[in-house]
Write a protein that binds this ligand. Structure first.
Ligand SMILES: [Zn+2]
Length: 117
């Protein structure tokens, strides 16, 4: 069975969600959720996670590139500083891209879970 609040999978007959602690909804117990619906929620959750990973990678690129730019600028290495700025810029775009994926899938999952109520 699935938590009606966060969509986490719980053992059948659970009183409370093992993830968010919400009381398991009696309605969702008496109305079995279709496999396709479960799969949709799982997919949205997975894509949201992927989005966050991409965001973290992008932020890492931003930090590394930013550090490189400052470091190289300090030693008057113009091309090195420029490379750092390019890496930081790419990192920023990647982070924004990942964040959008995560946000879109978070909304999608929330909408799906709302339908369970
Ligand atoms: Zn839950």
């Amino acid at each position: 069975m699935y938590c009606s609040k966060c969509g986490a999978q719980n053992a059948d007959g659970s009183q409370f969600c093992n993830k968010c602690g919400a009381a398991m909804n009696a309605v969702s117990q008496s109305q079995p959720i279709s496999d396709a619906f479960k799969l949709e929620i799982e997919e949205a959750r997975h894509n949201e996670r992927v989005g966050w990973v991409i965001t973290i990678v992008g932020i890492a690129g931003l930090v590394i590139g930013g550090y490189m730019a400052i470091n190289q600028a300090g030693t008057h290495n113009v091309s090195g500083a420029f490379s750092g700025i390019v890496i930081a810029s790419i990192g920023t775009f990647v982070a924004i891209f990942g964040f959008i994926i995560a946000a879109v899938n978070n909304q999608k999952r929330e909408k799906l879970i709302k339908k369970l109520k």
